[in-house]
Design a protein around this ligand. Sequence first.
Ligand SMILES: CC(C)(COP(=O)(O)OP(=O)(O)OC[C@H]1O[C@@H](n2cnc3c(N)ncnc32)[C@H](O)[C@@H]1OP(=O)(O)O)[C@@H](O)C(=O)NCCC(=O)NCCS
Length: 163
Amino acid sequence: MLGDDPTIEPMTEADIDATLAIDLASFHPRDIGGEREDPRRAREENLREELARTWARLRVARGRGGDVLGYILFWHVVDEIHLLNVAVAPAARRRGVGRALVDDLVAFARRERAAKVLLEVRASNEPAIRLYERLGFARFNVRKAYYSDGEDGVEMMLELDPP
Ligand SMILES: CC(C)(COP(=O)(O)OP(=O)(O)OC[C@H]1O[C@@H](n2cnc3c(N)ncnc32)[C@H](O)[C@@H]1OP(=O)(O)O)[C@@H](O)C(=O)NCCC(=O)NCCS
């Protein structure tokens, strides 16, 4: 990130508004649970639920001034890590923030001696698929018409070396 790496740290309640703004700018409402109601409210409830889940991890990437540039959500389930969401503010993209967030997740997975990191991504989401491939993830399955609008879901995995 041009010598100015973001700081990655756990998300707190104080980060919810900034995270929601990034979320709403990054995902279609149907993908974040708010197609039929107020997407912001639905998403805020969901974020608060995730913050309360003992197996969920939410981390934010901060710029120099402390502003939230992006966030990542993943679940730690036995020896697997499931990456559920990663999003970067549109104005902060292509500066290495997404990579820093996924790198941090992989470091967490290694520390916790997880066997693999799993994720699913829309087949058309080339920026995300490229990011994951650059970090060593491989496609292992396509779920036909997985998304509600009929788009395929690509399943990807990063296998970690046994400790
Ligand atoms: C996917 C996303 C998180 C990437 O964040 P980012 O901070 O822009 O990514 P980085 O700058 O760290 O990019 C790392 C690598 O990913 C790939 N990449 C990222 N954006 C790309 C794009 N628009 N087109 C092609 N490759 C891209 C590149 O290989 C890039 O390396 P490079 O810049 O050296 O070429 C961001 O585009 C985003 O928030 N998208 C909307 C939300 C989303 O779809 N999330 C993923 C599904 S959960």
